[in-house]
Ligand binder design. Structure first.
Ligand code: RBZ
Ligand code: NIO
Length: 853
């Protein structure tokens, strides 16, 4: 690790007005010695100043960053990059005059990324699944010897060259353009600025960027100085209106020509009738633009209604538009009840209020706070309310299309609602759809015929203005999902926009991971210095707040709330080797417990206001569908790693993708921090094996007692780990291969959660030993993933200590926990939130009139 990497995370000298993002090593040295740091903070120390034997209590930090002035030895090109990171915990002493730092802000790429051959081909999921016999549970006593692998490993791996040209990033690009069209606010959109925009910045042209660093060909010398930060001026890149518009292929066309092969599907349809004569004409540009405009600018309005009456002819036009909607079998199942009576509206308002309260009670605290601020209806603020119903009996029993899909009747009425909504927007009328009703209660309250279904309750009126973005987005409740996430080519999972090659979810995610933003980091250090407290007095929390700033590109950073813990559950074939006294079915039973709210993680999540999201990525038992459970089983448990690979490479990758998609969903749903959690009986065995491979430690050093095992079982577990590694000889340069050989499905999913979180610039708080193991895998795939990672706690498992050391992550909480489920991460959440809140709320010396020393 080099000084230039370390520099951006350390506070710049008091004399320097601007942070020096990637200075020469001598400057870097200056930059990290703050003028005012009188007290030795609880911070890491250079090894030179350490007497290891006496430092057992010191905090766990990779000093390669804590020590920002690299010695000649450390910067020597042939030095092992992680050698310094492998110092055991507790070997670091506070250094006078420096602020604690942690090397995860300056990760070193350990290996080129290797993905399985054919990864880019994205075969349909069903075809990718290999049939693997999962051995049934055995007793602890029956420990078979190693056997031949059950399966040959997948075909030769190919190296993924992660340059912007090679990865399919055009989808995101098209999204950017779509955003421009939609006049969306970039800050609230999940779209990243196009990677190419970033790569053309002046600093990244001169220095190897994150992609170059991942490109094995570009990284001849892994020890060469590597920049941590992006371009000097991130704001220059945040405006997607800037430059880089050579993507005409996706710009709106002047006239659509169905015979232009560029514009049509390339797959011929055998029976298609040969076209004769010209196709029906499209709208002209202005007409089309008007249609698209009304869709873009339609809003679900709750705020800013006016009491102005709606003229009859205006309301008539709106209802006529609704009545022209498509409907199943042309059954036109809708009716519109126009309500103006204040009394009826008051009754409906009462009903909605009650439902609102019930919903608020069901929310995690972090969400409930946000919900309290939201206006969810405008029943009393609007002159007209319209109830849209569906009559499921209209048209008789033979209504075309309703035979197999009875829900087509309410769907049809929903289309009438959309027509109404668009027509209202064109009239300058706002519409808000209120869904806080018990449908049957509403039917009775309104005296509607009992056979009707209520599809929508709409509040309609003139408004002061139409918000530019959905009100829920403006309130931070949710974020917009890019189109490229939801368009699949031919089969689900082959994501591609029309005219694009299908993009690989993992490669796309990795390509979007960026280092911390140097400008925001610099601002964070500057702000920490001006806050009314002695410099460095918040110790490690100052570093976390700077990390949050660099990650979000904002100073102060957003408060990481609401939070969600993703608990990935999976089973392990290695359970058959007697590595744990607990039966395998406990995994599924604990999943039920999580969903019922009875586990430790539930209590902790309630305490800190986090949502618990449970994901079945590979539980052996079939789990009944339950609210709160995401059914994402890649396979029912892994195979026994001592007799063959735990899973195929494709399965490992699928499980990673489950994690990526979980991160996307949770972030799009408005969560501002993610926490890792897991459940899987025997998973500490897989964790130990992963950690041994990535740290190079002997299995005896990193294998622990998990749920609590005796010496005999521990000895057996250690030998199991050793045998599995001997059998597979996993190559840490091939992280997916390692996962497939000796990992768990929940480990793979956590890898995806970390990569997904990092790609969305969302912090992820790591829990215990499985998260540590997964972070090692994730770092081997994308070193800069660590920019998003915060170590929540230090577990009692010895392997966790080794993993954190290797990662250079310093845990926030150290309470000898050895549970998992996300419990340690949940306990750390308030610390992370506190540091961000301090950045927002603590006065500066100037503003508070406090004299500086
Ligand atoms: C009742 C119960 C609840 C748990 N919650 C988390 N774990 C934790 O223990 C398991 C790993 O330990 P080992 O490798 O020794 O089996 C994982 O499921 C982990 O989440 C639990 C374990 C049990 C038994
Ligand atoms: O610390 C952990 O993460 C842990 C320890 C024991 C069992 N399961 C998880």
């Amino acid at each position: 690790m080099t000084g230039s990497e370390a520099a951006p995370v350390a506070p710049e000298p008091a004399q320097a007005p601007e942070p020096a993002p990637a200075p020469e090593p001598p400057l870097a040295a200056e930059a990290v010695v703050p003028e005012a740091a009188p007290e030795p903070a609880p911070q890491p120390e250079r090894p030179a100043a350490v007497d290891g034997a006496e430092q057992a209590e010191a905090p766990a930090v990779d000093e390669s960053l804590a020590q920002p002035v690299p010695s000649a030895e450390e910067t020597a090109p042939d030095a092992e990059p992680d050698a310094l990171a492998e110092q055991p915990l507790g070997e670091f002493l506070p250094v006078e005059g420096s602020v604690p730092a942690t090397s995860h802000l300056a990760p070193t790429p350990p290996h080129p990324v290797v993905l399985p051959a054919g990864d880019q081909a994205s075969e349909p999921v069903a075809q990718q699944q290999a049939v693997i016999t999962v051995p049934g549970p055995r007793t602890a006593a029956s420990v078979p010897g190693p056997a031949a692998p059950e399966e040959a490993p997948a075909s030769d791996p190919v190296e993924l060259v992660q340059s912007a040209d090679d990865l399919d990033t055009r989808a995101a690009d098209q999204e950017d353009r779509q955003d421009r069209q939609d006049r969306l606010n970039d800050a609230n959109d999940l779209n990243e600025p196009h990677p190419a925009d970033e790569l053309t910045g002046p600093t990244e042209q001169d220095q190897p960027g994150p992609h170059a660093r991942l490109d094995p060909h570009a990284r001849q010398d892994p020890h060469a100085p590597q920049p941590l930060q992006g371009p000097q001026d991130p704001h220059a890149r945040q405006d997607p209106h800037d430059a880089h518009e050579p993507h005409d292929a996706h710009e709106p066309h002047d006239a659509y020509d169905p015979h232009d092969p560029q514009e049509t599907s390339t797959a011929p349809v055998a029976e298609a009738r040969q076209p004769t004569g010209p196709a029906a004409p499209a709208y002209d540009d202005a007409e089309r633009e008007a249609v698209l405009k009304v869709m873009r600018e339609r809003r679900d309005v709750r705020n800013g209604f006016r009491s102005d009456p709606i003229p009859h002819e205006v309301l008539l036009r709106v209802l006529e538009a609704a009545h022209t909607a498509p409907s199943v079998g042309h059954s036109q199942p809708w009716d519109f009840v126009v309500i103006r009576s204040a009394e009826t509206r008051r009754t409906m308002h009462e009903l909605a209020l009650r439902q609102r309260e019930a919903y608020a009670k069901s929310l995690p605290k972090g969400r409930a706070k946000q919900f309290k601020e939201l206006k969810i209806e405008a029943i009393l603020d609007t002159p007209v309310n319209i109830v849209v119903t569906a009559d499921p009996t209209r048209g008789g029993r033979h209504t075309l299309g309703r035979h197999t899909q009875p829900q087509m009747a309410p769907y049809s009425s929903a289309l009438a609602v959309e027509n109404l909504w668009l027509a209202a927007r064109a009239e300058g009328l706002g519409v808000g759809w209120v869904s806080f009703f018990d449908e049957r209660e509403m039917v009775r309250a309104l005296g509607l015929p009992e056979h009707l279904e209520v599809v929508a309750y709409l509040c309609v009126g003139y408004v002061d203005e139409f918000p530019e973005e959905p009100e829920l987005m403006q309130a931070g409740w949710s974020r917009r999902r890019p189109l490229s996430w939801v368009v699949h080519e031919e089969t689900y999972g082959r994501r591609a926009l029309p005219g694009e090659e299908p993009h690989d979810l993992l490669a796309e995610t990795v390509a979007q991971i960026r280092p911390l933003d140097a400008k925001a980091l610099g601002e964070a250090w500057e702000r920490q210095k001006r806050m009314t407290k002695p410099a460095g007095a918040l110790g490690m929390l100052e570093i976390i707040s700077a990390q949050l700033s660099g990650l979000s590109r904002q100073c102060p950073p957003p408060i990481p709330e609401p939070a969600a813990v993703a608990i990935f559950a999976g089973d392990h074939g290695v359970h058959a080797q007697g590595v744990t006294p607990w039966p395998q079915e406990v995994t599924g039973q604990m999943v039920a417990n999580f969903l019922g709210g009875g586990a430790v993680c539930n209590a902790f999540a309630n305490q800190v206001g986090a949502e618990v999201c449970v994901v079945d990525v590979g539980v052996t038992a079939e789990l009944p569908s339950t609210p709160g459970l995401l059914p994402r089983k890649v396979r029912p448990g892994t195979a026994d790693m001592t007799t063959g690979p735990a899973m195929t490479r494709e399965e490992a990758k699928q499980a990673i993708e489950v994690g990526i998609e979980t991160a996307r969903d949770l972030v799009a749903a408005g969560n501002k921090v993610l926490l890792t959690g897991e459940m899987g009986i025997a998973n500490t065995t897989a964790s130990a094996a992963l950690i041994a491979v990535f740290t190079g430690a002997d299995p005896a050093e990193v294998t622990g007692r998990g749920t609590g095992i005796n010496d005999e079982t521990l000895a057996r577990k250690t030998e199991v780990v050793r045998r599995a590694i001997d059998l597979h000889q996993p190559d840490p340069a091939d992280p997916i291969g390692v996962l497939a050989a000796i990992g768990g499905l929940e480990h793979a999913a956590i890898v995806g959660l970390l990569l997904g979180g990092a790609s969305l610039r969302t912090p992820v708080i790591l829990d215990g030993v499985s998260a540590g193991a997964a972070a090692l895998v994730a770092r081997a795939i994308a070193p800069e993933v660590l920019a998003a990672c915060i170590a929540g706690h230090r577990s009692a498992e010895p392997g966790h200590v080794s993993a954190l050391n290797k990662l250079g992550l310093r845990p926030l909480v150290d309470l000898d926990l050895r549970l998992g489920e996300g419990t340690g991460a949940l306990l750390a959440l308030p610390l992370v939130q506190s540091t961000a809140r301090a950045m927002h709320e603590v006065a500066t010396f100037d503003s508070a009139g406090v004299t500086e020393k």
